[in-house]
Structure formats: structure tokens, C-alpha cells
Design a protein around this ligand. Sequence first.
Ligand code: PLP
Length: 400
Amino acid sequence: TTLIARRPASIRPSPSIAAKALVTRLRAEGRHIIDLTVGEPDFVTPRSIMEAAQAAMQAGDTYYTPSNGTLALRQAVADKLIRENGLSYGTDEIVVGCGAKQLIQTAFAATLDPGDEVIIPAPYWVSYPDLATLNDGVPVVVPCLEETGFKLSPSQLEATITARTKWVVLNSPNNPSGAVYTAAELAALGEVIERHPRVLVMTDEIYEHFVYDGQSQISFGRAVPALRDRTLVINGVSKAYAMTGWRIGYAAGPRLLAKTMSDLLSQSTTCPSSIGQAAAVRALSGDQTFVVQARATYETRRDRAVELLDAIPGISCKRPAGAFYAYPNVVGLIGRRSPDGIRIADDLALAHHLLSAGNVSVMDGTSYGLSPYLRVSFATSLEAIEAGCAAIARVAATLD
Ligand code: PLP
């Protein structure tokens, strides 16, 4: 066909969004599906945040805002970065966008020339490689194995950097593995990057508040202050405040990059919703009890999900340190056959089979660049987690 251009034709639709759409369709057809694919909190946005949005509307806050976001929100972000992350950024070094995803897309658009390489440790959030490709970049995927905690090592990084490397993308806590890098691990990666002056660091910290066992996340910029001029922090209110539908994210980095991203945004969305921005000011500046409670709830669910998954013959599941996903190893089920003769060739086939035979929807590790695994979300009720894991166990027991 001549309709679609070369670049978008090579882009996959987001697998996690496709999975959500499939669950919605099957449910509409009357199937009872247990959904463990969810990439968003199952809580309601806190009332005080909704009230701030209502107040903004009523006060006439209903016009275009600056394309890098309202000064009030950029100030709230600056205050949050210093308070929670120990990072000092001016309001002209901060850009607000329609979600962290749009800011990642815009950062790539602002910086990638054709052939520039983007180093992406796997397992990775599904969108990084496609967003790099969409902007003429070349994703360079580095497998980070379970034995090393699904984390990128300094020697792996050193071996992957070339003269074409433009970005290293770090995501801690990680979607889908839950891996959380320590300050020392970040510092060691930073030492490697310091030796390569052209390389930039994109640090996606959107799951920062969801770290368990009394531990906490440390921002890359805090661990490696020497790279401040080459670091772009990506974050947003989607996960922390159960605000995925409000579409507000933010980025902080070098002034010239922030300015270029803002210029690009002025030619696409113009600005995020003024009302969403007012809500985000309240989220970042208001009472933070919600976040603390959410973390405790996820921790309980994590413990239950891991316990149930790890008990299934053929599956082994480590306890993720952060985020809200378990990433169980399913190598013990690969190559087996279902009673009706379907061969479970890989984790994609397993996920398909779990949906058709068990009415339970999970993500396949293939989509995240490291197999054979499943991604099982625990951003859902304990009942759904228990019923979903029971369904997985039931189907697994029929494979031989
Ligand atoms: N980064 C990671 C690692 C994510 O998992 C997600 C959402 O799933 C995003 C960014 C996008 O978040 P936002 O809703 O701010 O676009």
C-alpha cells in the first residue's frame, strides 16, 4: 500500500494497550476475563486532586497554557525534585507534557539524527524501542538476565556504547522486572558514561514511589551529579497518584533540551490540558498520604502474587523490589503441549493459551524483550490476583 509512510509502518502498536483492548472486547462478548495485564493503578484519583481540577475550571483556568506547562506546575515540579529527589532544577529546565510517554517521544525527536543509537536494557518498557525507531534512531537492546537481577552492568554498558550512541535509557524501578538500582550501581554506570562525552542519560523514574521492603529509590541525578548536563529525568503523576487518564508528565534536563522539547510540543499538542495541570499541581504539592497507602497496598499484593506464582510447578518467581509487576520465569512450561495438542513454543504462545484456556490475561515477556517470562500486574485487587494465579496454575497443570 502507498497509504502509510515507511517510518510509521515499522511501528508496533503498544502491546500492553492492545492487551487491554482485547480484554475489553472479550468482556463485551460476555467472557469473564481476569485481567492481570493492567499497567495502571486500580485506585480512584484522590478527591483533593479532583477538587483542585474543579476549582481550576470554575476559576476560568480553561485556556492554552505555555507549551512547556504552567509556571505553577513547573514550580511544583522543581519543588518536588528538590524535596523528594535532591535534584535542583529551575523552571526553565522543566517541561510538562501529555504524559511521560509524550516527553520521551519529544526528547528523542529533539535529539536523534538518523542512525543514532539508543541503548535500552531488556527487559524494557514496551515503548522505548518503538519511540526510538519512530524518530529514526536505532534501538540497541542489551539483555539483562535474571541471574544479575535484570540489571545492566557497567561492563555490559561499556561494551555496548559506540560512536553512534546518543542515549542510555534507565528505568528504575523497572517495568516489567521491578528491578531497582542502588546508588552504587547507578554511580558505576555513571562512571562509564562519563568517559563517553556524547552520551546522554534518560532516567525514567515514574515508579519511584513503589519500592518495597523499607527500601527507597534513588534518582540517577542524585547518584551521579557530575552528569547533570547530560541527564534527562522523566517522571509524571500517572502511577504515583492514580492519574493515568489525566495525561500529565514532566521532564527535567539541560535548558537547551528543555527549550527544544517545548518548541516541538508547541507544534504538536500546544500544551497539556490546563485542568490536568492544575490537578497535577495539587498532586505534587498536597498531602502525600495517598502515595504511602498505595505503596503499602501494592506490597501486600506483591507478596501474595509472588507466593502464588512461585508455587506453580514450571514457574519460578523472584520478589520484585519495586513497581507493580511480577516477572515470573516460565521456562519450565515452554515446549509442553496442551490437552488439545497446542504446543507452547514460547511465552507468547503461553500467554495466548492462558487467555483462551484459563480466561486470564497476562503479558508475554517477548513484548518486553526478555523471554521466557510473563508480566503479571499486581495493580489489581487481591481477589483478582488470587483468582488469576489459580487460573494460571490450573492451565499449567494440564500441560505435558
Ligand atoms: N514509563 C514507564 C516505565 C511506564 O511503565 C509508563 C506507563 O506504563 C510510562 C512511562 C508512561 O506514563 P505516562 O502515563 O506518564 O505517559
